[in-house]
Design a protein around this ligand. Sequence first.
Ligand code: PEP
Ligand code: MG
Length: 283
Amino acid sequence: AAERAQLRAHEPAVTTSGQTIKVEANIGSVDDAQAAAHQGADGSGVVRTENIFAKDLTAPSVEAQTEVFVRIGQTIGGPITIRTWDPSGDKPLAFMPNQPEDNPALGERGIRMMRKVPQIFRDQIKAALLAAQQVDLQLMIPMVTDPEEMAWAKQQVETVRAELGVDPVPVGMMIEVPAAALRVAEFAALVDFVSVGTNDLSQYTQAADRTNDAVRQLARQDSPAVLELIRLIRAALPGIPMAVCGDLASDLDATRTLIELGADELSVRPGMVAEIKEVVRAI
Ligand code: PEP
Ligand code: MG
């Protein structure tokens, strides 16, 4: 089956009823982009920028970030989704001023930390907007809980965009906090797209630490509660593209469910793109 999938990897994934599902890749390096291109990815639904620069002891320059975003976009040969910094317990970033926390998953991560380091946030936005002059690119904000956070992020993007005098790019948010999922209609006017992060959404919904082997099996990404939240998100955002970029999107047994729940795009592990595309074609 995997060989058959590879033969058709570069064709779009179209369901039997004629709906095209974008199958993209989750990228944490230029090597990932290479693997994803080989698998026929329709772009990247999340570039985990904190993976790329995890070892840097100081914040990377605008130039360094622009260069790698352009390389990833050119390598994958499709639109990419630059996720702004999401320093967190499972993805530490040496140059972020994170304090030791008892509960890092519930602490200063994602957009929460960006409020503390707005210049680092704006530099990343600048790098993405400059890269967007060369490759097709959109921006995505992680760990948004409250509409006010998203409004602030958009304001930062607009400030940088106006300074550069460039065209706007689509700006979306990850939905990985149950409060945001339950109240997602309040974000509708603030987003061009949403992407469901089932890794964190399941961790927070099931109250089970994704990094703790003793309980992680409780954080089932296909739990009825998580699927119900995805259903709510879809219903509350008519006309707004909904992607799924958590690991559930890479689960061949979940593809049908996610499409039935209304996912327009699945962003998966680079090595899974061709197989997921093939499963989509049978739905
Ligand atoms: C997620 O939470 O599902 C996600 C895609 O983001 P990350 O795994 O990088 O936290
Ligand atoms: Mg996440």
